[in-house]
Design a protein around this ligand. Structure first.
Ligand code: FES
Length: 259
C-alpha cells in the first residue's frame, strides 16, 4: 500500500449519474489483483473521510487506472465535478482481490454483478480473458439508463443483461440469469460476484457446495486499512468473530462470512 497524489486525466459520465474517472500515477504499478480498491480523499477540506472505490481497469503501460462510481453522496458529487489535471490523494491498492489461480484455458466462469458492483468485474474479466477462459457476464441494473460498458464486457465474453423494470435485456435479476446460464453451462469452474448483499446471497444459494465461489462485499468503510473496525461482518464459522471487509476482504470465499 502506498499513498500518492494521482492526476485525474479524464472524467466521463458513462451512464446516468455514473462516472468513469481516469487517474495517472506510479501507484498503478502496485495494482496487481482485480477486486482491490483505492481509498480516495475528496479534495475539499470539510470532507475528511476517504471514499473506497474499486479498480475497474488498470493499464500499467500507461500508468493509468479507471474507477467507476455513482455520484450520490456529497463526496462523490464533488468528485464528479473535478476538472481534469486535479491531483487527488489516493491510498492503495487495498484489500484482497479475486483469486483466479485455479482457472485455466477453456474453463467456463460466471461473473455476476449488480449496479455499481459491476466495475471490478471488468479488470477481472480482462485477466480471465488473458487466460483464455470462457466468460459469461451476468449483470443486473435498475434500468436501461444505468447500464455501462456493454461493448467493453461483450468484447471479453458473453454478456447477459437484466433490468429490474425490463427496459433493457431480460426483465428480472441476476438470479434468473444464473439459472438460464446453468442450463447451457451446468458446471462453471468458478463464480465471481460483486454487488448488493441480496445478489451475493443468491449466488451463495445457487452454488452451496461449489469450491470456487468468490464474493466481493460492498461495505461502508472509514480507515480502509484495518484499524477502525467500521467495516466488520461476522465470520460464518464463528459468528462471535468479526472479519474486516477492508483488510481481510472485500473479496471473501463463499462460506467465510455471513452476508
Ligand atoms: Fe477501518 Fe475497515 S474501514 S477497519
Amino acid at each position: 500500500m502506498k499513498q500518492e497524489m494521482m492526476v485525474m486525466t479524464k472524467q466521463v459520465e458513462i451512464a446516468e449519474n455514473i462516472f468513469e474517472l481516469t487517474l495517472q500515477g506510479k501507484l498503478v504499478q502496485e495494482m496487481n489483483q482485480p477486486g482491490q480498491f483505492i481509498h480516495i480523499r475528496v479534495p475539499r477540506s470539510d470532507l475528511l473521510l476517504r471514499r473506497p472505490i474499486s479498480l475497474a481497469n488498470i493499464s500499467k503501460e500507461n500508468e493509468t487506472c479507471q474507477i467507476i462510481y455513482r455520484a450520490e453522496g456529497e463526496g462523490t458529487k464533488v468528485l464528479s465535478q473535478l476538472e481534469e489535471g486535479t491531483k487527488i490523494d489516493c491510498l492503495g491498492p487495498l484489500g484482497n482481490g479475486f483469486n483466479i489461480e485455479e482457472v485455466v484455458e477453456n474453463d467456463v466462469v460466471f461473473l455476476v454483478g449488480g449496479g455499481i458492483g459491476v466495475p471490478p468485474l471488468y479488470e477481472l474479466g480482462k485477466k480471465l480473458a488473458e487466460k483464455k477462459a470462457k466468460i459469461i457476464f451476468m449483470h443486473g441494473f435498475a434500468n436501461k439508463n444505468a447500464i455501462f460498458y456493454e461493448k467493453e464486457f461483450s468484447d471479453l465474453g458473453v454478456l447477459m443483461l437484466a433490468t429490474d423494470d425490463g427496459s433493457y435485456g431480460y426483465k428480472g435479476h441476476t438470479g434468473d440469469l444464473m439459472n438460464k446460464a446453468l442450463k447451457v453451462h451446468p458446471n462453471p469452474k468458478a463464480i465471481y460476484a460483486c454487488g448488493p448483499s441480496g445478489l451475493l446471497k443468491s449466488v451463495e444459494m445457487t452454488f452451496p457446495n461449489h469450491p470456487h465461489v468468490y464474493l466481493s462485499m460492498e461495505e461502508r468503510m472509514a480507515c480502509g486499512i484495518g484499524a477502525c473496525y467500521a467495516c466488520v461482518c461476522p465470520s460464518k464459522k464463528d459468528p462471535t468473530v468479526n472479519k474486516k471487509v477492508c483488510d481481510e476482504g472485500p473479496v471473501f470465499k463463499s462460506g467465510e462470512v455471513i452476508i
